[in-house]
Design a binder for this molecule. Structure first.
Ligand code: NAP
Length: 448
């Protein structure tokens, strides 16, 4: 049996931590990579034609050396995030530029600057080894991994680590991410695995859940209060479906925007009563490439008022160019548009009169610091926030999964089995699972 198989077998057998920590590490492992010598492969093509199934490869890569503040994690499952899509279509830039910059920073950083980039910004698995400076974690512990990658010796990383000058997203701006049999992480990315979830359910939360926590709950974001109305674009998508849960948990009123009757039904299942089907309603915020249509903004605003009886205090914004004009328009006087992305284009246009005359604010948000990610993970552990896993792929099919996300063919989150040989494994609190099963499996049951 090879080393990777032996590690997998020990984990599946529930071997004690000392035994796992004593097992041989592999010299190499399988991971989903993009290759530097292919970074121009889609040149001249339209974004939608760039196919992650062509650029994502499952390659054997050498195990990098472990730094003192790091851990190796045996990845049982991972997930697809939109950043995997960006990396796989080499937009807006090939990620090798990020790796080169990290590589120039330090001896340890140099390990990341490779002609391949192991992608993936989520993981659930088991700690295999820890570096000499790691205090809180030990081999054998079941963990999830958040993707905020900061150098804690940099003063700017304290107070709010997302303000760190060298803040990065693991598996996107660093190498050796979660879509691989072994992941290389900093110890301050580790969090306990929710005991009532399977590996694949546990693997899909950290990136999107933490992002939505910061945007909706945290003082660094909107810090929503009870009774507030929140317009959520892409409300059954990766971040949107967690945002809906936070608004409901916090006593707010979500107004969810989606694009199909199936997604409307899914939102109702989630407990979101006020739903807008943007496809059925036919909103066309842009008349042509250069001109927006304020009449369509007004139509959306009217619809929100009909549904919620008020304008939204908060707009959860991420589609970007296609929707930002409408988002700024429909927000309540004094309201907040909180944005973390621009999927449909990052060059944004809105009518500034609606912003300043009505004292609205646009606020940027990006992932979450360790404290926020930990709080968001704790809510999953406590059964108050649930995974939005809709489908599961194997590592070999990571490219196909990324294709689905790129073309908006998915709902919630797509999981990826890595070392876990099948779905349904990894649960250590079956009683809590039984109690929460309808919520945990909602997206699996109701997604198309
Ligand atoms: P996702 O799973 O693809 O969901 C996005 C949703 O947005 C889709 O379900 C779709 O819903 C909606 N949408 C897409 N294009 C739209 C458009 N032109 N107009 C209106 N709605 C549109 O992706 P995600 O994981 O939620 O991520 C969304 C974006 O946030 C991505 O760009 C991602 O890179 C970014 N992100 C940023 C951070 C951060 O830390 N900064 C973290 C996570 C994600 P309907 O079709 O149903 O309306």
């Amino acid at each position: 049996m090879g080393e990777v198989d032996a590690l997998r077998a020990a984990i599946l057998d529930g071997a004690p931590g000392e035994e796992i920590g004593a097992l041989e590490l592999p010299e190499s492992f399988r991971g989903a990579v993009v290759r530097a010598d292919e970074q121009d492969m889609f040149e001249g093509m339209a974004s939608e034609d760039k196919d992650p199934r062509r650029s994502l490869h499952i390659d054997e890569v050498a195990l990098p050396e472990l730094a003192p503040d790091e851990a190796y994690v045996a990845v049982m499952a991972s997930s697809i995030n939109f950043n995997t899509v960006w990396s796989a279509i080499f937009e807006p830039l090939p990620t090798f530029q990020f790796l080169a910059r990290l590589g120039a920073e330090s001896v340890w950083g140099a390990r990341h600057n490779q002609p391949f980039h192991v992608l993936g910004s989520d993981a659930a698995g088991v700690v295999l080894r820890v570096g000499s400076a790691v205090r809180r974690w030990r081999p054998g512990q079941a963990v999830t991994v958040h993707c905020n990658y900061v150098d804690d010796q940099d003063p700017s990383s304290h107070d709010d680590a997302m303000l760190a000058a060298n803040q990065r997203i693991w598996g996107f701006e660093s190498n050796y991410g979660g879509l691989a049999e072994v992941a290389l992480v900093k110890a301050n990315q580790l969090m306990p695995k929710p005991a009532h979830l399977t590996w694949e359910e546990a693997a899909v939360n950290a990136l999107c859940n933490s992002t939505s926590y910061r945007m909706i709950v945290s003082p660094h974001g909107a810090q929503m209060t009870q009774g507030q109305t929140v317009l959520i674009w892409g409300a059954t998508g990766g971040i949107g479906a967690y945002a809906c849960q936070y608004v409901l948990n916090g006593g707010g009123t979500p107004v969810g925007v989606v694009s199909s009757p199936d997604k409307v039904a899914l939102l109702h299942g989630l407990g979101v009563e006020r739903v807008i089907d943007r496809s059925a309603d036919g909103y066309q915020f842009w008349k042509d490439e250069h001109t927006q249509d304020p009449a369509q903004w007004r139509r959306l605003g009217k619809r929100i008022r009909e549904l919620a009886g008020t304008d939204p205090d908060i707009v959860f914004e991420h589609p970007g160019r296609q929707t930002m004009g409408a988002s700024v328009f429909v927000a309540k006087r004094g309201g907040l548009i909180i944005t973390c992305a621009a999927t449909s284009g990052f060059s944004i246009e809105y009518d500034n009169r609606y912003l300043w005359m009505n004292l609205k604010t646009i606020k940027g948000s990006h992932f979450a610091n360790y404290r926020e990610a930990w709080a968001a993970n704790q809510l999953v552990c406590d059964g108050k926030i649930h995974p939005t896993l809709s489908r599961v792929f194997t590592l070999d099919d990571a490219g196909a999964a990324a294709y689905e996300v790129h073309h908006n063919l998915h709902e919630g989150k797509l999981g990826v089995l890595v070392l876990a040989p099948e779905e349904g494994l990894g649960v250590t609190d079956p009683e809590r699972r039984e109690q929460l099963l309808p919520q945990i499996t909602l997206f699996r049951r109701l997604s198309a």
